[in-house]
Design a protein around this ligand. Structure first.
Ligand code: ACM
Length: 534
């Protein structure tokens, strides 16, 4: 009797474990009610889109395509009334823009949303209720099932971002698409594409062809640690044509990911100066595309010619990217050359400015005015606050949270991207056993510990925090596989903090759900860092 009782307990435990496994959605939904049983997809299961939900048809088609690729099923998408043995997409105007309701029962699956984006996020949750095979295209006999439950969900923040630096190292279009795919799986919705750097200009600008024929190529790159001052003596380059960019934007649009392009100014512009030295403070200087990492002293000079040039660049950029934000960098602009420049010193006097910092502010305000006049909003790193800013501009706080706090107090919208929580180029495990990284110490637990509601801000000021972003700088990250490794699993902490409701932090519980994503990440072939997932 004792033995049987023991066996029964063990059986019950196993059932609970396997059930829990399938309810482990990341980011955690607002409300999930479990139920016994599951829905099984068959070849005669329909995907139904009601008349009012016609705009979700592309999402319904995506479900059909994924069921075909992963399980070999052929599910027809139809318009009509909701029914049994179907996944029913319906419109619900009461839901939030990105919100959804998902109900899985033995008979059918009901998805309600107000927008295609909400329906898309319902699908992402549905996939996590299914076997990991749903994320794989490898042939298998695994049945397409989804655990019964009801979910009500909507994000905490509208802006859930990841930045990739394509300047230090170039990442091909195929990888950019994959990065966007992986973001979407975890309901991240903003891809910040860092496109220009001292070490390489990566976006085709038709009016200034030298930016791609020359400024995209450096003569060599650093090898190993910065302090070693070793170089590989091998030219390195790459850029995205405007056609590439259009292709990526169209792709991201299908995954409900908005792309924010970043064009750095007035600092981090050495590559630009290598082709257009007349925009620097020393027009006679021979500039070259930077080969060393770090912050370059070669910055743009605030001449009329420079503004005309940058406005022409931005005009092409704004024509390409449909999103409302244009990131202009604004960070790390050394003032040495402006201090030495007769032109800059005369301009400071003429404009009645106090110093070079106010000159930077003058630069940024002019660009801000230009971007605003075109119906877009400027976004920049927190240095853009120095010396005042137009109310329309949004600030990305990277030097911890202090820039974001100051910006929110001044009524600017803020994206929190503090280096001490969300710089994905920092080590995530023991540097002795990890591949070379820039430094730092940023394990998954530290990312997860970030709470964007800061005690320094009032409730009204807190409303200016529109979201969170993690940044992958790539001085040391040369390959897509390493980029994935540094991004995952830490992107899951980003997803959780930016999507899930504020709740007391429980790292053990979170880590448990991250570990349960392993089969999904394996099926997706994500090259995640295993350090904390053993
Ligand atoms: C930055 O890390 N310079 C934004």
């Amino acid at each position: 009797m004792k033995k049987i009782f023991g066996a029964c307990l063990c059986w019950v435990f196993m059932i609970q474990l396997s059930a829990q496994n399938n309810y482990s959605i990341l980011p955690q939904p607002v409300k999930l009610t479990k139920a016994s049983g599951e829905f099984t997809f068959k070849n005669n299961t329909a995907i139904v889109v009601t008349k009012e939900a016609a705009s979700f048809s592309s999402v319904a088609q995506m479900l059909s395509a994924q069921m075909n690729a992963s399980f070999g099923l052929h599910l027809a998408v139809k318009t009509g009334n909701t029914k049994s043995n179907a996944v029913n997409f319906s419109y619900n105007e009461k839901l939030a823009e990105e919100g959804y309701e998902l109900k899985v029962t033995n008979n059918k699956i009901d998805i309600q949303a107000k927008t295609g984006k909400g329906a898309f996020y319902a699908l992402q949750s549905l996939f996590q209720l299914m076997p990991a095979q749903v994320f794989s295209t490898a042939p298998s006999n695994i049945a397409a099932t989804a655990k019964n439950c009801s979910i009500e969900d909507a994000p905490r923040y509208n802006y859930r971002g990841l930045m990739l630096d394509a300047g230090r190292n170039f990442f091909p279009v195929a990888f950019i698409k994959r990065y966007i795919d992986l973001m979407a799986v975890y309901k991240l919705n903003t891809f910040h594409w860092h496109l220009t750097e001292d070490q390489g200009w990566r976006i085709e600008i038709k009016k200034y062809p030298l930016l791609t024929s020359q400024s995209s190529i450096r003569k060599e790159s650093m090898v190993g640690r910065y302090g070693d001052m070793k170089f590989d003596k091998t030219p390195y380059g790459g850029f995205y044509t405007q056609e590439d960019i259009k292709e990526v934007i169209a792709y991201a649009d299908k995954k409900f990911v908005t792309i924010i392009p970043e064009i750095e100014m007035p600092g981090h512009s050495q590559a630009l100066l290598a082709s257009y030295p007349q925009l620097g403070c020393n027009p006679d200087k021979i500039y070259e595309v930077a080969t060393k990492w770090g912050v370059s002293e070669d910055v743009l000079c605030p001449r009329e010619e420079t503004f005309t040039f940058m406005e022409n660049v931005l005009t092409e950029v704004m024509a390409l990217f449909p999103g409302k934000y244009i990131h202009i960098g604004g960070d790390e602009c050394p003032k040495t050359q402006w201090k030495q420049s007769r032109f800059c010193q005369d301009l400071i006097k003429k404009l009645g400015l106090k110093n070079e910092h106010e000159l930077q502010s003058y630069f940024i305000r002019r660009i801000d005015k230009f971007i605003t006049s075109k119906g877009k909003r400027m976004l920049g790193w927190d240095e853009i606050l120095e010396g005042g800013l137009s109310p329309n501009a949004m600030v990305m706080s990277w030097r911890g949270t202090s820039g974001g706090i100051e910006a929110a107090k001044l009524d600017h919208d803020v994206v929190m991207s503090p280096n001490n929580y969300f710089y994905l180029d920092y080590y995530q495990a023991n540097p002795k056993t990890e591949p070379i990284a820039i430094g730092g110490d940023l394990p998954l637990s530290k990312c997860y510990s970030f709470e964007p509601d800061l005690p320094e801000l009032t409730e009204a000021q807190t409303k200016h925090i529109v979201g969170i972003q993690a940044n992958l700088w790539t001085e040391y990250i040369k390959t897509p596989a390493y980029a994935e490794y540094m991004t995952f699993p830490r992107a899951l902490a980003l997803a959780e903090i930016s999507w899930s409701p504020k709740a007391p932090k429980n790292y053990t519980e979170f880590l448990d759900r991250v570990k349960k994503q392993k089969p999904n990440m394996d099926a997706l072939k994500i090259q995640y860092c295993p350090a904390e997932l053993k």
